[in-house]
Design a protein around this ligand. Structure first.
Ligand SMILES: [Zn+2]
Length: 219
């Protein structure tokens, strides 16, 4: 009999991939609300890299998935390598980012959203000092040429989503969080890593030779 195939995240490939799935067991249980739910235990194996994991699906009323647990846990957000370099430069932003990636992989979406906003606030205060509200900080970031008008518009959306979580209990969906993190990463990497690296590389580039003025050709 052919294996069933499903699509889920692979930690090794770092993306959603096709997996072969083999059912291990399925059993009913009374949950905390005294409702009968079914636990479906399955082994999933990535068709690309062959890494395997165990998936537990908790199903209510025959089709409603109430919980999906993977062992090992699915790391849908990998911490970029450059984050480690921040520890020496700015320990606070390093600590914030480690917590942001940890919240992402624990599906703590509200903490993640507030963490992204806190990280951006820290970067802006680091670059321009405490200029007041987020809007004023963003205006000053543009004025000081740290970001473009386009980046300011993107950051406004990211910060607004973080504020909605902090003050109005908003739980952003995963695709919005992915975009929030992508924008945050660009800003942080640009100011802490790429910018300083380019400055020091610039000093190592041999200067252009001064052009020698050619004498007019004599006949
Ligand atoms: Zn894989």
């Amino acid at each position: 009999m052919a294996n069933k195939i499903c699509r889920c995240h692979c930690n090794t490939c770092g993306d959603d991939r096709e997996h072969d799935e083999i059912s291990i067991s399925s059993f009913p249980e009374l949950n905390s609300e005294r409702i009968v739910v079914t636990h479906e235990i399955t082994a999933v194996s990535c068709r690309g890299c062959k890494t395997a994991a165990i998936r537990e699906k908790i199903v209510k009323d025959g089709s409603e998935i109430t919980q999906l647990i993977y062992k090992p846990q699915r790391l849908w957000l990998q911490q970029p390598n450059w984050v480690e370099k921040l520890e020496e430069v700015d320990n606070t932003i390093y600590g914030l980012l480690v917590e942001v990636y940890s919240a992402a992989n624990d599906d703590q979406f509200r903490l993640l959203s507030m963490g992204v906003r806190a990280a951006l606030d820290h970067v802006m205060t680091y670059l321009i000092g405490d200029a007041g509200s987020f809007e004023r900080k963003l205006d000053k970031m543009v004025e000081k040429k740290h970001i473009s008008e386009n980046q300011k518009d993107m950051l406004l959306v990211v910060i607004d989503a973080g504020s909605a979580t902090a003050h109005r209990g908003y739980k952003p969906p995963r695709d919005l969080l992915e975009q929030m993190i992508a924008v945050m990463q660009i800003i942080i990497q640009q100011h802490y890593i790429t910018g300083p690296m380019l400055q020091s590389l610039k000093l190592k580039i041999p200067p252009r030779p001064t052009p020698v003025e050619s004498k007019p050709h004599q006949k």
